[in-house]
Design a protein around this ligand. Structure first.
Ligand code: BJW
Length: 272
């Protein structure tokens, strides 16, 4: 059961001038996008998401892994931002010095109105050539797993299917998902911007992340070491609990709108 929103959390947000919001898979759970801790279903039921999200899995069986990413891309396209994403966009509108950093590869923050979230782990919608990061690849309608097949059958069945990845139009190598897998470096500019924002903020909200995947898990710790207060929103305890000034044990779609409402209850006009 959710605990009542502590007054301290609303006070911290109401007083903050530079806010960082770090999100993980939990923020999108209430939009119907599974987290990395949920059991996979259908074709992928015997796999662990954390094992499929690897370069080794892609090279061992590209059709299986590309099919999984296409299935996820289809699910995200059909999903809508939830009240948690909307509350984060409201914080940005209210406090201009807000930076949204996400580990998610979906586009639900953008669709909720966040203008430029920093994507630490890439995007489902930016595939690239395996041979050279400099070759971005586009997926045209013919490769769209969500499009209907010529015979009118849905190309992407509910349980998913294996799909051969397209080939790079420049060099013929395989196209891979434009995401960051375990053992790969995060995009340097994104990670640098995230670290700088965390070191300079006065409040960091960590929402829906297990706090175990590095270097993203370092970001709330950087903020705390730099003197910021950290508020966590998660129904479950995480290793981040002990760096947090307040742990709000509830779901993002419930807690964040209440937090925003409570923070500015006495002062509903945005700062100019
Ligand atoms: C709700 C909710 C609701 C549910 N509301 N909440 C230091 C120490 C140890 C290891 C390392 C280290 N530094 C680096 C490493 C290695 C590795 C790592 O961290 N391993 C750990 C597992 C131990 N890191 C890397 O390899 C990174 N690269 C790197 O460090 O490069 C340098 C290097 C190179 C070579 C060698 C060594 C170092 C890259 C990490 C890339 C992570 N990629 C993925 C896949 C992205 C593509 C895809 O989506 O398919 O990113 S893995 C997966 O984990 C995904 C996520 O973004 C990421 C984080 O997960 P997240 O978001 O926290 O989700 P979950 O599912 O874990 O948790 C959900 C949470 O939500 C839970 O807490 C729920 O309770 C909660 N929740 N419903 C609010 N409604």
């Amino acid at each position: 059961m959710e605990e009542a929103l502590p007054h301290r959390a609303a006070e911290l947000l109401g007083d903050a001038r530079r806010v960082v919001v770090l999100t993980g898979a939990g923020i999108s759970a209430e939009s119907g996008v599974p987290t990395f801790r949920d059991d996979l279903t259908g074709l992928w039921a015997r796999f662990d998401a954390r094992e499929l999200a690897t370069a080794a899995a892609f090279h061992a069986d590209p059709d299986l892994v590309w099919g999984w990413y296409e299935w996820r891309r289809t699910r995200v396209r059909r999903a809508e931002p939830n009240p948690g994403h909307l509350a984060i966009a409201a914080i940005e509108a209210r406090i201009p010095g807000t930076t949204v950093i996400t580990q998610n590869v979906d586009d639900l923050h953008e669709r909720a109105g966040s203008p430029a979230p920093i994507h630490l782990h890439g995007s489902l919608f930016a595939p690239r050539c395996v041979a050279a990061a400099a070759h971005p690849a586009t997926i045209d309608d013919a490769d769209d797993a969500d499009a209907d097949a010529p015979d009118g059958e849905p190309a992407q069945p509910h349980d998913g299917r294996r799909i051969a990845p397209p080939r790079c139009t420049s060099c013929g190598a395989l196209v891979r998902p434009g995401v960051v897998w375990f053992g790969e470096m995060l995009p340097e500019a994104a990670f640098t911007a995230a670290v700088e924002a965390a070191a300079a903020c006065d409040l960091l909200l960590a929402v829906g992340t297990s706090g175990v995947v590095y270097p993203a898990a370092e970001i709330p710790r950087i903020a705390a070491r730099s003197g910021a207060a950290v508020i966590q929103v998660n129904p479950e305890p995480t290793p981040l609990d002990r760096v947090c000034a307040v742990n709000l044990r509830g779901t993002a779609a419930h807690v964040l709108p209440s937090l925003v409402a409570a923070a500015w209850a006495a002062d509903p006009a945005p700062r100019s």
